[in-house]
Every structure is written in structure tokens, then in C-alpha cells.
Design a protein around this ligand. Structure first.
Ligand SMILES: Cc1cc2nc3c(=O)[nH]c(=O)nc-3n(C[C@H](O)[C@H](O)[C@H](O)COP(=O)(O)OP(=O)(O)OC[C@H]3O[C@@H](n4cnc5c(N)ncnc54)[C@H](O)[C@@H]3O)c2cc1C
Length: 379
């Protein structure tokens, strides 16, 4: 495995880093307060081509490899998870399924508009009674002529309130059937409704996390993604491909926190010396750097395996689990290094500390990642 970056990859990372640091980060305080992303910034993200990174060139995207996508998400994580979450639901779980198993007609209808950001995507699996136990979804899809009628509720859906296309997992073949299928739902389909209640999240704010209702929602048969009953495999594949991207965003956040912490340790004076002279602070900085580096290699390895067609569930689970737990450690240390200043609202480390928490919950909790890894050992 060779993880040397090509000159194109270095340029890509640098361009995204400049955009994130220069254009997005200064506005994150306001975005977090409003819990909403401003349209002009969405336009800039689109102009950068960031909405098209997972979409093949034939459909107007840049068709980046898994590895290059990881690099983009790594840079997105530098500003915490409000922006990264917006990018994640669209370029990760919202798009992966359609690209992987969509037919020509579906790709032609949706991907070009998704590549420009005109249509933003979301992925709706989780329900009030189906969280970690994702196979327990209760939303049903009943065939009626040339349509399916969807009934049920999805909650905590990132980008759900603003999406132009939602990949929805539902049960076909009756309420007791084990068959899951996947559908592409547009928000104007009759019977679809977004809750008027906006979730107020602890962190990772601004990317329209919503509750979605399907009440005899009419979905044309041609909007079924893949085979009827092929939904579980599609959902697992989508989540597997999304997890290295979560890990990458965690790494970007860790890198930013490390930079801020080193600067602070150099400049903050106590007992007549910079606090970076104290071994207790040095140990924290060393551990932050070491764990971030280890998380990076696990994540790059998972992306490399995905590009080689060798992706395994345990490789992506290890990357997601380790990177998100590393971020928890790094964010905590970053607050500690700044003492009282780190606890003040408006200080980025305080926002990162809250943002970080969700990465151990969504796209599979830490407990579920451990269970996947252990099952592969015990198999
Ligand atoms: C901000 C945010 C955005 C989200 N975005 C999306 C999205 O875009 N699309 C989507 O479909 N979902 C989304 N989710 C949902 C997310 O994936 C779920 O919250 C997550 O999978 C956990 O499900 P749950 O909340 O129902 O917790 P539960 O499954 O009820 O888990 C509660 C606790 O029990 C533990 N637990 C459960 N089962 C086991 C087990 N077998 N072994 C050990 N421990 C177990 C869990 O690890 C956890 O600690 C989002 C969630 C949040 C918070």
C-alpha cells in the first residue's frame, strides 16, 4: 500500500483547505446559532464542485476515487461538523446507493443535478423504533399498480429538510416480511411531509436534521433502487462506503484542534513560561498527534481497500470507530489545554467538543462498530 499523495491530490486538498479555512470557518459561529446554512455559501460549495465528488464524470461529477474523497472530507472536518455534515449527507450516504446500484435511467434523471448541488441528497434509514437495529424498519412500501405507497416515519435524517432526493429504506411484501427495499423519493411526491419541528442538536448544527413522514406517499415503480428485497444489502453497502468519510472528517477536526492547541501552548504564559514547557501539556500534545496519525492510516487503508474492491466491513468499522474515539480524546484535550478559555462559547474548541460527540453515534454507534469487528473475528 502506497499512501504517497499525487500532485493532483495535494492540490485538491490545498484548494479545499483554503476554502474551508477562509470561507466557511469564519461563518460557522453564525451558522451554528441560526442552525441553517446560508444560500450564498451553498452556492460557493457548488462552484467549488464539492457536491459532485462522488458522482462519475459521465454524469457531471468529478468521479473521485474513495481515497481522494477521503482527502476532501478530511479537509471539510477542519471546520467541525456543521459544514462536514452538509457535505456528508450529500456526497456520502445520500449518493452512494444511487451511484452503486442505480440503473441508467435513474442516474441520468438525478445525478447531473446532484453534481451541481441543484438537488441535494439525504439517506433515510433510521426510525423511532429502528436505530442500531436498522433491520427493524417499520416503514412499509406496498405495490399498487405502477406505484409503491410508502407509510411510516424516519427521524434524525441529516439534510432531510432541504433534500431534493431522499434514499429511503422501507419494508416490502407486508409488515411482517423480512424484505427491505430502497426507494428514491422526491419531496414533492404526494404523501411526503417534513416535520415542522426542527431538531436542535447539541452540535454539528446547520445541516437540517429532520423528521420525515410518509403517508400513502406515492413513489413511481421506476424509483425503486435495485431489486425488490435488495434493500438490506444496499443499505449496508451505502453505510460501509460512508464510514471512511466519517473517519476522514474526524481526522481533519483532530488536525485543526492540534494546530490550535500547539499555538495556544506556545503563546499562553503561566509561571513565567509558555504552558508548552510543562510536561503535562506536552504529553497531551504528543498523544493527540500520535492518535491522529494512527487514525489517519486506518482511514487511508480503508479507502485504499475500497478503491481496490477489497473493502471489508471490519476495515471501515475500525477506521470509523478509532477516528471518532480519537476525536473525542483530542477535542477533550484541546479544551483542557486552554483551561477556562476552552470552555467559553465562541471559542472554536468548545464547538468542536460538542460537534465531536455525534461521530460516535451516527452511521453506526461505537458499540455497533465493535460488534461488527468482533463478529468478523469470531466468524
Ligand atoms: C445528528 C444526527 C444525524 C443523523 N443522520 C442520520 C441520517 O442522515 N440518516 C439516518 O438514517 N440516520 C441518521 N441518524 C441516526 C443515527 O444513525 C442513529 O441515531 C444511530 O444509528 C443510533 O440509533 P438510535 O439513536 O436509535 O440509538 P439506539 O439504537 O437506541 O442505541 C442506544 C444505545 O444502545 C446501544 N446499543 C443498541 N444496540 C446495541 C447492541 N446490539 N449492542 C451493544 N449496544 C447496543 C447503542 O450503541 C447506544 O449506545 C442521525 C443521528 C444523529 C444524532
Amino acid at each position: 500500500m502506497n499512501f504517497d499523495l499525487t500532485s493532483e491530490q495535494k492540490e485538491l486538498m490545498e484548494a479545499v483547505r483554503r476554502f474551508v479555512d477562509g470561507r466557511v470557518d469564519p461563518r460557522m459561529g453564525a451558522i451554528e446559532a441560526a442552525n441553517q446554512f446560508p444560500d450564498d455559501l451553498i452556492g460557493e460549495i457548488a462552484a467549488m464542485g464539492l457536491f459532485g465528488i462522488s458522482i462519475p464524470e459521465a454524469y457531471g461529477g468529478s468521479g473521485l476515487s474513495h481515497f481522494s474523497r477521503v482527502l476532501v472530507h478530511q479537509m471539510a472536518g477542519r471546520t467541525g461538523f456543521g459544514f462536514a455534515g452538509l457535505l456528508a449527507s450529500h456526497t456520502g450516504i445520500g449518493t452512494e446507493g444511487l451511484v452503486a446500484i442505480g440503473n441508467q435511467d435513474q442516474k441520468q434523471r438525478y445525478l447531473p443535478r446532484m453534481a451541481t448541488g441543484e438537488l441535494r441528497a439525504a439517506f433515510a434509514l433510521t426510525e423511532p423504533e429502528a436505530g442500531s437495529d436498522a433491520g427493524a424498519v417499520k416503514t412499509t412500501a406496498q405495490k399498487k399498480g405502477s406505484k409503491y405507497l410508502l407509510n411510516g416515519v424516519k427521524h434524525y435524517i441529516s439534510g432531510g429538510a432541504t433534500a431534493g432526493l431522499i434514499t429511503v429504506v422501507a419494508r416490502t411484501g407486508g409488515a411482517n416480511s423480512k424484505e427491505l427495499s430502497v426507494f428514491l423519493v422526491e419531496p414533492h411526491f404526494p404523501g411526503f411531509r417534513v416535520s415542522t419541528k426542527t431538531y436542535q442538536t447539541m452540535g454539528s448544527r446547520g445541516h437540517a436534521v429532520a423528521e420525515l413522514f410518509f403517508e400513502d406517499c406515492e413513489v413511481p415503480e421506476e424509483n425503486r433502487l435495485g431489486e425488490e428485497g435488495g434493500g438490506w444489502i444496499a443499505a449496508v453497502k451505502t453505510l460501509n462506503e460512508g464510514r471512511p468519510l466519517v473517519a476522514a472528517r474526524c481526522i481533519g477536526a483532530c488536525e485543526r484542534l492540534l494546530e490550535v492547541s500547539v499555538d495556544y501552548a506556545r503563546s499562553r504564559q503561566q509561571f513565567g513560561r509558555p504552558i508548552g514547557d510543562f510536561q503535562a501539556i506536552q504529553i497531551m500534545l504528543a498523544d493527540m498527534a500520535m492518535r491522529t496519525e494512527a487514525a489517519r492510516w486506518l482511514t487511508y487503508r480503508a479507502a485504499h481497500l475500497a478503491d481496490e474492491g477489497l473493502l471489508t466491513r471490519e476495515s471501515v468499522s475500525m477506521a470509523k470507530l478509532f477516528a471518532s474515539e480519537t476525536l473525542a480524546f483530542v477535542a477533550d484535550a484541546a479544551v483542557q489545554i486552554q483551561g477556562g478559555a476552552g470552555y467559553m462559547v465562541g471559542n472554536p474548541v468548545e464547538r468542536f467538543y460538542r460537534d465531536a460527540r455525534v461521530t460516535r453515534i451516527y452511521e453506526g454507534t461505537s458499540e455497533i462498530q465493535r460488534s461488527i469487528i468482533a463478529k468478523s473475528l469470531l466468524r
